[in-house]
Design a binder for this molecule. Structure first.
Ligand code: PHE
Length: 474
């Protein structure tokens, strides 16, 4: 057995602390903001089922692999992948996985922080009752006014980046753990309350009711989310579902690997990752089950893009009893969910600077945060002064491009390499020792999914999306 390494950043104080931290990283804007809007853009049902399959068959084994690699390496993802590559196969180039992860983290956080800024902006709007009895048009206009104003977006983005840096600068136990313990359960409880509300809402107009064929908005939402129309599936929808699975689970970029580095040796990787994946998926599905009934009850367009959640939820809060209180609480909790995720995005780079460049955590956090803050300007402007700018002849704004490049390409690529490394390059001795589940069916299943299913699925989706697969099988 290789000599055990130690993390210099400290350790999670318990199994629960680790679960909370990874759940904190996984559950974020990806579940509540992104999942509903990408599902809406992709036409619902079929997308959702493909996404669920990707989570179970690709996401879970890759998350287990990441934790395993992180704990074995006990360093930032760059050093961990270099050390393990060296140790297992004499190959140091596996550090490329760490590098691409750090870069993906920078790019993702640069737009993530801007969206988290929208969430922040909605808190005072809720507190002051600004959305009471608001109409669908009013809600759309309010959202438009926010994103159209780059100075406001810049202010909120700056505040959110500062919040992220402050927590990361405090270090693993003090900063990360404290933020998740109570807030995640609170968020989930509030989501369940809102789901109860979504079950009771009525059609906004008689015309909508007449067109509904007798079902309630809630049933219409459920059927939109879960009844697939396979004929509408395109390569674009499949790649969006795969990308969403990676994004929402925080995998493919070393965030989970970094958290695994702080995991005590005895803790079960299987149990903890299964718990996180279930929790993350439950939050996304519940968010969808809340949003779509509101969309249909008000005759809105499910495919209205990144503004979807910000335009629909105020309608619910504006018309429900206690809406001001619930609405305020909801956006505060969403800020916290985004906050605990942003920490996962920045931690790999910070850990690298601390370990390799001997910076203090504080200096490292402010340095990385500053660079990401500047990168964020591109996303801010792509919602207003540069909204018509679509570089490289791609029909995407800078924000859309960054999102596509990271979620749909960089994370699955990183995940593919992680699966190949854990499944093929590492010896079975090493992986089974680290997973510590013996060599029974759990290990066999993980091994099969990691060696065959996950890499082939990612490859197939890529080839399919670039049209190459058509050429090969057609
Ligand atoms: N999983 C987070 C979310 O769903 C986003 C994230 C991606 C966080 C990658 C860390 C790493 O909001």
């Amino acid at each position: 057995m290789a000599e055990r390494r130690h993390s210099i950043h400290g350790m999670w104080t318990s199994r629960l602390a680790f679960i909370l931290a990874v759940t904190g990283s996984a559950v974020g804007l990806g579940n509540i903001w992104k999942f509903p809007y990408v599902a809406g853009d992709s036409g619902g049902g079929a997308f959702v089922l493909i996404y669920l399959a990707c989570v179970a068959l690709v996401g879970l084994p890759i998350m287990m692999s990441e934790v395993l690699l992180g704990r074995r390496g006990r360093r930032n993802p760059i050093t961990t992948m270099r050390d393990l590559g060296d140790e297992e196969a004499g190959q140091r180039f596996w550090q490329i996985v760490g590098w691409s992860g750090v870069i993906a983290g920078f790019l993702i956080l640069s737009f993530y922080s801007v969206i988290a800024g929208w969430t922040l902006a909605y808190v005072p709007r809720m507190v002051t009752g600004g959305f009471a009895n608001i109409s669908p048009e009013g809600s759309e206009a309010a959202f438009g006014a926010l994103v159209g104003d780059w100075e406001k977006l810049l202010g909120w983005h700056t505040l959110f980046m500062a919040m992220t840096v402050l927590v990361v600068a405090r270090g693993v136990e003090k900063g990360l753990e404290a933020a998740v313990r109570y807030l995640m359960p609170a968020l989930f409880t509030l989501l369940l309350v809102m789901m109860g509300y979504a079950m009771t809402i009525d059609w906004g107009t008689e015309a909508l009711e007449a067109a509904s064929g007798g079902s309630s908005p809630f049933m219409a939402g459920l059927s939109y989310l879960f009844s697939p129309d396979w004929s509408k599936v395109t390569p674009g929808i499949v790649i969006a579902a795969l990308g969403q699975a990676f994004f929402t689970l925080s995998i493919g970029m070393g965030a989970v690997m970094t958290y695994g580095a702080y995991l005590p040796q005895r803790t079960s990787i299987t149990n903890t990752t299964v718990t996180v994946v279930l929790a993350d998926t439950a939050v996304a599905i519940v968010a969808g089950v809340i949003i779509f009934p509101i969309v249909f009850a008000n005759g809105l367009d499910a495919g209205s893009g990144p503004g979807l959640v910000f335009q629909t939820l105020p309608l619910a809060f504006g018309s429900m009893a206690g809406g001001t209180v619930f609405g305020t609480l909801f956006f505060i909790l969403l800020v916290f969910a985004a906050w605990t995720s942003s920490i996962g995005l920045i931690e790999p780079a910070v850990a690298w600077l601390v370990e390799k460049k001997n910076m203090t955590r504080g200096v490292a956090a402010w340095t990385v945060g500053g660079i990401i803050w500047i990168l964020g300007l591109a996303s801010i402007f792509s919602f207003n002064i540069l909204s018509g700018f679509q570089p490289f002849g791609w029909e995407k704004t800078i924000f859309d491009m960054l999102d596509y490049l990271t979620s749909n390409i960089m994370l699955p690529m990183g995940g593919l390499l992680i699966a190949v490394f854990a499944g093929w390059v590492m010896s079975r001795n090493s992986t089974s020792e680290e997973l510590a589940v013996g060599t029974g069916w759990i290990f066999q299943t993980w091994s099969f999914l990691t060696r065959y299913v996950a890499p082939l699925a990612v490859l197939a989706v890529f080839l399919n999306a670039t049209g190459l697969l058509d050429g090969i099988i057609g």
